[in-house]
Structure formats: C-alpha cells, structure tokens
Ligand binder design. Structure first.
Ligand SMILES: NC(=O)C1=CN([C@@H]2O[C@H](COP(=O)(O)OP(=O)(O)OC[C@H]3O[C@@H](n4cnc5c(N)ncnc54)[C@H](O)[C@@H]3O)[C@@H](O)[C@H]2O)C=CC1
Ligand SMILES: CC(=O)[C@H](N)C(=O)O
Length: 370
C-alpha cells in the first residue's frame, strides 16, 4: 500500500476526529517519512526495540497499576515507568518511582505527557468497573468510551504500543459460557461490558486501519492481597480473604454456586508483560483470552476453611451483581494465547489461597508491629 495513501487516510481520520489536528498527524508522518513506521500496514515494532521502552500507565492507582509498575520497573528501570492517575498517591507509591497527575479525559494534557516524556508504551488501566458502572452509566461512558477515544488517537499519532485490558465482562448471556472462546457472540448487558467490547473493536480497527500496535487481554477477575478492588462484580473474592483473616466472618453478595474465572495478580501482571514483549509477528490476533482458575464462593470458602476452620460465611445476594455474574462466562478458552506467545498460568485455587493468606497475614502482623 503506497505510504501517501495511508497518510491521506490518517489525515482524513484526524480531521474528522474531535481532538486530532492535521498538524499533529503531519508531525507523526514526518517521523514516518523514511519508512511506514506509525500509520503503515506493516505493523512495525513501535517502541525502540533495542532500548528499554518508556511506559506510561493510566489509572495506575487502582487494583492493578501499582503492581504492574513494580514489575515493569524491575525490568525496564525505575525511571522508565510512569504511573498516573487522577487521585493523590499514597506516600509509598509517590516515593517508589515517577508519578504524575493525568486525567484521560484531558487529551491535551495526555498528549503533553506522552511527548514530554518520550513515551513509547502506554498501558491504559483507567476504567470504571462493572458494579460502579451500573450505578453511574454516564461516568462509565465518559471514562471507558470517551477516555478510550483520546487514548487511541494519541497512541496512533505517536506510534505507541498500546495495551488496553478487556475482561470476562465483555461476554454476555448469549455467549458460550464454559469456556468462552476467543471469537463468539459478545452481547454484554452492562455498560462496562459494552465499553470493553467497544475498546476491543476500536483497538483492532486502529490496528488494521493505521497500524497501531494495539494489544488487548481479556482478564478474569483479579485477586490481590495488597491492593483493593475498585468496584467490580468479582470484588467479593478479595474481600472474603481479608475478612476471613481479620474477623473470621463474611457476608457474600453473590450466590454460593456462582462460578467465575479468576486469576492471581502475579499471573495477570506477568501475562501483561509477556504479551507486551511478544514480537508483533507472533500475534495472530490482537485480543486474547487468558485463563487461570475458576471457582464459586462455596469453593473458595471450602479452600479457606482448610486453613481457617472457624470461618463463617453468610449470603445476602445483591440482585444487580448476581445478574451481572450470571451473564459472565465460567471459564475462558485461552489456547490461542498459549500457542502464539506461550501463555501459561501458575496459580490454581489452592496455590492462590495459600499465597493470599500468607500475604494478608504477614501484612497484618507487620501493621500490628508498627
Ligand atoms: N481488577 C480486575 O479484576 C479486572 C480489571 N480489568 C481491567 O484492568 C484495568 C485496571 O483495573 P483495576 O486496577 O482493577 O481498576 P480500578 O477500578 O481499581 O482502577 C481504575 C483507576 O482508574 C482511575 N480513573 C478513573 N477515572 C479516570 C480518569 N478520568 N483519568 C485517569 N484515571 C482515571 C481511578 O482513579 C482508578 O485508580 C481496567 O481497565 C479494568 O477494566 C479487567 C478485568 C478484571
Ligand atoms: C472482572 C472484571 O472486569 C472486574 N473485576 C469486575 O468485576 O468488574
């Protein structure tokens, strides 16, 4: 495909987009002049492959961002990974590496951050999750859809490698549930799910149309010990661990037989890094399922009671959350991720429970010691 034709397409796109200017695309195109780097169809390695990438993480103060920053900083160097969010970071985060304020709805500010810091990889974690989204649809639309549009445009203009997580919530009641394949009917009934299907499709469109190095993993519910979940349907599982250790009792808001795909945070973050580092030519797809374990509240209680026999659980089902969970898959089919970039999970339910209990108990002992 002649480069000029592609650039014309890019300029046309920029002119019609709400926040793109032709000037910016022309500047991007200048960087392309000797090859079809940014908007070409050749799907190039968009970061400096011989160097460490310079990574920006949006929404970095949520359940996943701080852990990912820690992992990426170990690999690429502390100053090459910038966390950002619209909230004030706790002291330990502030002192552990670069942090800046960034509202993804402010595309000018976002663009400045990308340019001034020479960003080459963007991990887009900002989002409003399923439970909060059903409570505030307008906010979910703004953050998950308008915010994503800003991110896509900036990533395409500046030739970034862009990672956007999707979720089990991108499937719905009419999707196959056990397991959900990579490609199937996706008709979610939450604004969160709809926005994530939109993100998958828009990212893939930008990849095919402009050569954006878009990468997307559908995460299961993530279980972590030292970061709190941000308002999702799978939050009960993380809360149950903390309550089990601290008080010995817990009221669960999902039915005891609700089976959902879950993953320990270390598996999730490792998957993200391995996928980000995978050579572009090995990726036959741009959106992959990843799977680890699946359990019900009842399974989790049984496993926890092996270590904490006195644990008492009651059920007070939230009908909104239950309806969401009932429309989600019980497991994800992740053969393509295994085949294309070598994905393999490490934590099954018993290993996950053992690790979580160790972390939470140690954290509590340390907290008591101070
Ligand atoms: N935690 C989980 O179980 C799963 C998470 N994911 C996805 O992974 C990503 C990260 O998830 P979590 O860390 O759990 O989310 P979270 O809800 O804990 O954190 C999201 C962060 O986004 C920030 N944010 C909200 N509005 C913003 C704005 N306008 N500008 C910049 N930041 C803004 C919030 O302040 C918050 O720190 C999300 O995209 C989520 O959909 C997908 C599947 C499972
Ligand atoms: C599975 C997710 O995407 C998230 N944890 C939620 O429950 O909304």
């Amino acid at each position: 495909m002649p480069v000029m034709q592609l650039l014309r397409g890019a300029v046309k796109h920029a002119g019609s987009g709400p926040r793109c200017s032709v000037q910016r695309v022309i500047s991007a195109a200048r960087g392309v002049s000797s090859s079809s780097r940014h908007f070409g169809r050749t799907h190039p390695q968009s970061c400096a492959d011989t160097d460490h990438p310079k990574v920006l993480i949006t929404g970095g103060l949520g359940q996943l961002g701080v852990g990912l920053a820690k992992l990426l900083r170990r690999r690429f160097g502390k100053n090459n990974v910038i966390l950002s969010d619209i909230r004030k970071p706790p002291n330990h985060v502030y002192h552990n590496g670069p942090f800046i304020f960034s509202d993804i709805l402010d595309s000018k500010n976002l663009r400045e951050i990308v340019v001034n810091n020479n960003i080459s990889w963007l991990v887009h974690y900002s989002a409003v999750l399923s439970a909060v989204g059903e409570n505030n649809v307008a906010l979910a639309k703004e953050v998950n859809i308008t915010g994503l549009h800003n991110i896509l445009d900036i990533a395409a203009e500046h030739g970034l490698r862009l990672f956007v997580p999707s979720t089990i919530g991108a499937f719905g009641p009419s999707s196959p549930r056990d397991p959900a394949p990579e490609l199937c009917v996706q008709r979610p009934r939450t604004i969160y799910g709809v926005s994530k299907v939109h993100a998958e499709l828009m990212g893939e469109y930008y990849h095919h149309r402009y050569g954006l190095d878009f990468r997307c993993l559908r995460y299961p519910g993530i279980i972590s010990a030292d970061s709190q979940p941000g308002g999702g349907t799978t939050d009960y599982a993380v809360q149950m661990f903390h309550a089990a250790v601290k008080t010995g009792c817990f009221e669960c808001n999902l039915r005891s037989d609700t089976r959902l795909p879950m993953m320990y945070i270390d598996d999730c973050l490792r998957a993200t890094l391995e996928f980000l580092e995978a050579p572009a030519e090995s990726l036959l797809s741009r959106t992959y399922n990843i799977n680890a374990t699946s359990f019900t509240p009842h399974d989790l209680v049984r496993e926890l009671q092996k270590a904490l026999p006195g644990l008492k659980i009651t059920y007070n089902v939230d009908p909104v959350l239950q309806a969401i969970a009932d429309g989600w898959p019980m497991a994800l089919e992740d053969g393509a991720a295994q085949r294309d970039w070598g994905w393999k999970h490490e934590y099954d339910l018993s290993e996950l429970v053992r690790t979580m209990l160790t972390h939470i108990s140690t954290g509590n002992q340390l907290a008591q010691a101070y």
